[in-house]
Design a protein around this ligand. Structure first.
Ligand code: BGC
Length: 717
């Protein structure tokens, strides 16, 4: 037994059942009632209190005025930064830059812990194949390997090497599980899928977080195959505890235990408390079901005391590891109004690397700093709140540097910048300023349009049935394009949008997501060629909403779409002679595939070389920078299992590496796979590796490159 275990066991032995239930209870906000509950030892965790003086007052009440003096665990949604706001998580993922993502999480941990927050409800690692879902902004996209890697990097950043370091905070992987598969892209809706898809696609990112020691998990609002996530013993006990040996704790989502009554899964809150506890939810966020009913459930024998003890043990264990028993008070001298230069630089770097260049006809970009005149147009050119994105409860608009401000700073003194907002906000239909915008474009050498989504169209419960440019933005874009001036569109969004007209008519398109505090300078760095874009899409961008769900790692089917049908122009009623898996009125392919992103230079990949040695498979390729400037590239390794006992995806990402290449330079990227990397869940839903032929690609996106191959022999497994 460690000191920690000893301490916790002794404490547990002294606790009344009511005090134990208190530890399993989380309340939100500083209110008289909550302070009174804290003083009775009936609160284990406090959510949404970020005033360090108040945090200290609550901690003092909990430590000094309760019988056992147990400190509080103070939580907050620190999702893509605390004060320094980084790009939305979908943007973070587009960087594919794990050390940088880890650094961002560390900055967030430092800032949040300075006000007494020691637990964040991040990373969100919900796989999402449906951009109608507003919460796609909060995750790392559609791929299990990329999502797992980004999630694990965030966990490492938040938790650091040592949770007891006062600058570390505990992480929480959420929302366990399949919340991102919500039907119709409508938040809180039902998910339903095979156990195989659950295990192959939706569970692995959580496993990646568990493997790097994530302290907690949060269960989702959704029901999965008929069982609400807060009452799902299969996912919470069998998979998480028994198969993965997770020994942290699980918190419910906001009131999600009580909502099992509304789901029609439990008759009342008492039953909901019982189902959640039996399933393995250790802490009740905001439904008070545990506080009101757990004692009677234990008394009646419906919930074994041992389960309550296990939950409390895990909760106290985390408080102990965070060093809260030693020191619950936050050091007020750490609180600073100023953001650190290093944090801002990290935010700029990450925002820059998260931008994805979708199109750059005739090398319109980069622009020259001494261009004579630039028209900056659009509702997102100078909109700090939108720029910060959907989950920024503690970011401040005053800290934000917008693209307009950054462009003004970056251009030469002689450059004339003409700014017309054109629309009061991205959802607006007002066209009064359009003429002024057109005049500004006509008078300038180039027009840069900042279009996309206001942040209020993205995030939790902000789902959309249409994914085109909202309000009158499309009309604005068409008016500006009619001027015949070169047009650059910078898209600032929380999700992929369907923008076929822009793709066809605008020469340069840069997807910047909602890029955070330093989004403006980051975008200006790219527009004016201080750096070359290197972001790659973590999600497929559909051509139309009707194609959703659309994802690169789909199955082949018995009748895959054939090229002749694919090439039908949009809108042509195709003769269904192909009898293949396509549409009559749209192509089956995405507008831009997963992994896609251009650069100001070009890269050439050699055919992958495969060397099998013992059980290890080494796959390498040479990448050459064939353009004339230094740039970074994300090389992606994809594999296809050609024949298996269950159908397998046409491609699966198995690894990726960022490489920086000077003009003309060649580097070799190499990946080593072992048979376990090729495992999948078979007909019995157990993990298995099957011998056979595999195709492999090393390429710059999921649709590029030539395949090489190898055979996995029985003797290698
Ligand atoms: C969200 C969670 C979040 C929690 C606490 C819920 O509505 O689903 O992701 O962590 O609120 O704010």
């Amino acid at each position: 037994m460690t000191t920690n275990d000893n301490y916790i066991e002794l404490l547990l032995a002294r606790m009344t059942l009511r005090e134990k239930v208190g530890q399993m209870t989380q309340v939100s906000g500083a209110t008289e009632d909550h302070l009174a509950l804290v003083k009775k030892g009936l609160v284990g965790s406090l959510l949404n209190v970020v005033d360090p003086v108040l945090v200290n007052e609550y901690q003092r009440a909990s430590v000094e005025e309760t019988r056992l003096g147990i400190p509080l665990l103070v939580g907050r949604d620190v999702i893509h930064g605390f004060r320094t706001i980084f790009p939305i998580p979908l943007g973070l993922a587009a960087s594919w830059n794990l050390p940088l993502v880890e650094k961002a999480a560390r900055v967030a941990a430092r800032e949040a812990s300075a006000v007494g927050v020691r637990w964040t409800f991040s990373p969100m690692v919900d796989i999402c194949r449906d951009p109608r879902w507003g919460r796609i902004a909060e995750g790392a996209g559609e791929d299990p390997v990329l999502s797992g890697a980004i999630g694990a990097a965030m966990v490492r950043g938040y938790q650091g090497k040592d949770l007891a370091n006062p600058e570390s905070i505990a992480a929480c992987a959420k929302h366990f599980v399949a919340y991102g598969a919500t039907e119709g892209g409508r938040d809180y809706n039902t998910s339903d899928m095979s156990e195989r898809t659950l295990r192959d696609v939706y569970l692995p990112p959580f496993k990646a977080c568990v493997d790097v020691g994530v302290s907690t998990l949060m269960c989702g609002f959704n029901d999965l195959a008929g069982v609400p996530a807060s009452g799902n013993a299969f996912t919470l006990r069998q998979v998480l505890r028994s198969e993965w040996k997770f020994n942290g704790f699980v918190v419910s989502d906001w009131a999600s235990i009580g909502e099992m009554v509304i789901h029609g899964f439990c008759a009342d809150k008492r039953e909901a408390a019982r189902e959640a506890a039996l399933a393995g939810v250790d802490m009740d966020m905001m439904s008070a079901c545990y506080l009101e009913h757990m004692e009677s459930l234990v008394a009646s024998g419906e919930v074994p005391l041992a389960l309550v003890d296990a939950s409390v043990r895990a909760i106290l264990g985390l408080k102990y590891r965070l060093g809260l028993f030693e020191r619950a008070q936050v050091d007020l001298s750490r609180v600073s109004e100023e953001l650190e230069w290093e944090s801002l630089e990290a935010a700029r770097h990450l925002a820059r690397e998260s931008c994805v260049l979708l199109k750059n006809e005739g090398n319109l970009l980069p622009l020259k700093e001494d261009v004579a005149s630039v028209a900056v147009i659009g509702p997102l050119s100078d909109s700090p709140v939108d720029q910060m994105g959907c989950w920024t409860v503690d970011g401040r608009a005053a800290d934000v540097c917008t693209p307009l401000a950054a462009i003004r700073q970056m251009v030469s003194p002689g450059t004339r910048v003409r700014y017309v907002r054109a629309l009061p906000e991205a959802c607006s239909g007002e066209t009064d300023e359009f003429d002024a915008a057109v005049r500004a474009a006509e008078a300038s050498d180039v027009a840069i349009l900042f279009l996309g989504e206001s942040e209020k169209l993205t995030g939790e419960s902000h789902c959309r049935a249409f994914l085109d440019l909202s309000g009158a933005q499309q009309a604005l874009l068409e008016r500006i394009c009619e001027t015949g001036k070169p047009v650059v569109v910078v898209l600032m969004t929380g999700r992929p949008l369907t923008i076929p007209w822009a793709v066809a008519h605008v020469p340069a398109l840069l997807l910047a997501w909602h890029p955070g505090t330093m989004g403006g300078p980051a975008i200006a760095d790219l527009l004016f060629g201080k750096h070359s874009p290197s972001g790659k899409l973590p999600v497929s961008i559909p051509r139309s909403v009707g194609q959703i769900p659309l994802y690169y790692n789909h199955k082949n089917t018995g009748r895959p779409a054939i090229d002749s049908v694919r090439k039908m122009p949009l809108g042509t009623p195709a003769d269904p002679v192909g009898f293949c898996s396509s549409y009559l009125d749209a192509e089956p392919t995405p507008e831009f595939p997963f992994g896609f992103g251009l650069s100001y230079t070009s890269f050439e990949y050699s055919l992958p070389k495969v060397v099998v040695q013992g059980s290890s498979i080494r796959i390498s390729a040479d990448i050459t920078n064939t353009g004339n400037r230094t740039a970074g590239e994300v090389a992606q390794l994809y594999v296809r299992d050609v024949v298996a006992s269950v159908t397998r995806p046409v491609k699966e990402l198995k690894g990726f590496q960022r490489v920086d290449l000077a003009a003309g330079q060649t580097k070799t990227v190499a990946f080593t796979l072992c048979p376990d990397d090729l495992a999948f869940h078979g007909r019995d839903c157990r993990l298995r590796v099957e011998p056979g032929d595999f195709q492999v690609w090393i390429a710059g996106n999921s649709q590029a490159g030539e395949a090489a191959g190898f055979t996995l022999r029985e003797s290698m497994i």
